[in-house]
Design a protein around this ligand. Structure first.
Ligand code: UDP
Ligand code: MG
Length: 323
C-alpha cells in the first residue's frame, strides 16, 4: 500500500527565526513516523519580516515545503483556512510557527489517526508559569461561552490538531467569513473517533505573541457572537429587569410620598434612573450592532483571502494566483 500523505499547516506572521527552527524539528520528527509522507505548508500571513524569504530558502532544498503567501495580514484563522485549502494530505495537522506546539507530539497525533481516530485534538495543560489571573480569565471565558453557546466548546484546546481528510473537506464547505476553528470543529465533532492528547506548551522559541489585549478581546467577542444568539435576548431580559426595578421604585416613592409624608428628593433618583436606562440601551444597541456588523460582512460573500501558492515543481517555482 502506498504511504499516506500528511500535510502540516503552519500559520506564520512575522516568525522569521521560528520557521527555520520549526522546519528543522519537523524533519527530525518526520523520521519517527512510519508509513507516511509529509508536505509542509507554511502560510505567510502578510509578514513584514523575512518569514517568506526564509520559507523560500527552505523550499529550495526540499520540495515538500510549500508556501501560501497571503497578500496582507488576514489573521490566524484565515491563515489556517488558506493552508487547509491547499493541503492535499489524507490528514492535516495544524500548528503554530512559534514552537509552542511541540513537534515531538506529531508522531502521537499520527499514531492515533493510524489507529482509526478521525480527529485528534490536543489539550494545553497549565504549567507552573501559567498565572492565576490567566487561568481565572480563561475559565470564566469558557464558562460563559459554554453557557451561551448551543454546543459545548472545549476549554484549553489550542489550534494544534490533526484532522482526517473527511473532516477537512467538511470544514472547507463552511464559507463563513468570520471563522473560529474551535467553534466550527465543535459543530462537526463526532461523538466518537476523537482522541485528545494533553501537552505542555513551552515559551515561544523567538519573537513575541501576536495577540495583544485588543486582539484577544476581539476574538472573545467574535466567539460569543458567532456561536450564540443568546446575547440578543439579553436586551429583552435587561428590559424586563429594568421594568421590574422601575415598578418597585415607583411603589416605594408612592408610599413614601403619601403614607410617610417624606417626598423623595427628585434630582438624584432621576439622574440615576436616566443614566442606568441610557447605559442599558447603549449596551443593547452595541450587542445588536455586533450582529448586524457580522451580517453586513457575511452578505458581501467576498473571497476569504488573496494568496499566491508557491510550490516547487520539476525544479522551478510556479506561483499561481488564488482568488
Ligand atoms: N498568527 C498568524 N496571523 C496573525 C496572528 C498570528 O498567522 O495575524 C500566527 C502566529 O505567527 C503563530 C500563531 O498564529 O504561529 C499563534 O499566534 P501567537 O503565538 O502570537 O499566539 P499565542 O500563542 O500568544 O496565543
Ligand atoms: Mg504562540
Amino acid at each position: 500500500m502506498p504511504n499516506k500523505l500528511v500535510s502540516i499547516v503552519v500559520s506564520a506572521y512575522n516568525e522569521q527565526d521560528n520557521v527555520t527552527e520549526l522546519y528543522k524539528q519537523l524533519n527530525i520528527v518526520a523520521k519517527d513516523c512510519k508509513n507516511v509522507e509529509f508536505e509542509y505548508i507554511f502560510v505567510d500571513d502578510g509578514s513584514n519580516d523575512k518569514t517568506y524569504n526564509n520559507c523560500l530558502k527552505l523550499q529550495k532544498d526540499d520540495a515538500r515545503v510549500k508556501i501560501v503567501q497571503l497578500k496582507r495580514n488576514f489573521g490566524h484563522e484565515i491563515a489556517m483556512t488558506a493552508g487547509m485549502d491547499y493541503a492535499k494530505g489524507d490528514a492535516v495537522i495544524f500548528m503554530d510557527a512559534d514552537l509552542q506546539h511541540p513537534p515531538h507530539y506529531i508522531p502521537r497525533l499520527i499514531k492515533a489517526w493510524q489507529n482509526g481516530k478521525e480527529i485528534v485534538l490536543t489539550k494545553r495543560m497549565d504549567n507552573a508559569e501559567t498565572s492565576k489571573t490567566y487561568k481565572f480569565c480563561a475559565k470564566t471565558f469558557y464558562y460563559i461561552l459554554n453557557l451561551l453557546s448551543d454546543m459545548p466548546i472545549m476549554e484549553s484546546a489550542p489550534d494544534f490538531r490533526l484532522l482526517d481528510r473527511k473532516y477537512v473537506d467538511f470544514l472547507k464547505s463552511f464559507n463563513e467569513q468570520d471563522r473560529l476553528f474551535r467553534g466550527l470543529l465543535s459543530w462537526i465533532m463526532p461523538q466518537d473517533n476523537v482522541e485528545i492528547i494533553p501537552f505542555e506548551a513551552p515559551e515561544r522559541f523567538s519573537g513575541t505573541s501576536k495577540y495583544n489585549f485588543i486582539k484577544s478581546l476581539r476574538l472573545a467577542i467574535n466567539s460569543f457572537v458567532q456561536f450564540s444568539v443568546v446575547p440578543l435576548r439579553l436586551a429583552t431580559i435587561l428590559g424586563i429587569i429594568a421594568a421590574v426595578l422601575a415598578l418597585l421604585m415607583g411603589v416605594y416613592v408612592f408610599f413614601e410620598h403619601f403614607f410617610m409624608h417624606n417626598p423623595t428628593p427628585g434630582y438624584a433618583t432621576i439622574m440615576v434612573t436616566v443614566v442606568f436606562l441610557g447605559a442599558v440601551q447603549l449596551i443593547c444597541l452595541g450587542i445588536i450592532g455586533e450582529y448586524i456588523g457580522k451580517i453586513h460582512i457575511e452578505v458581501k460573500k467576498r473571497p476569504l483571502y488573496v494568496a499566491d501558492f508557491i510550490e516547487k515543481k520539476a525544479g522551478k517555482n510556479e506561483p499561481e494566483n488564488h482568488i
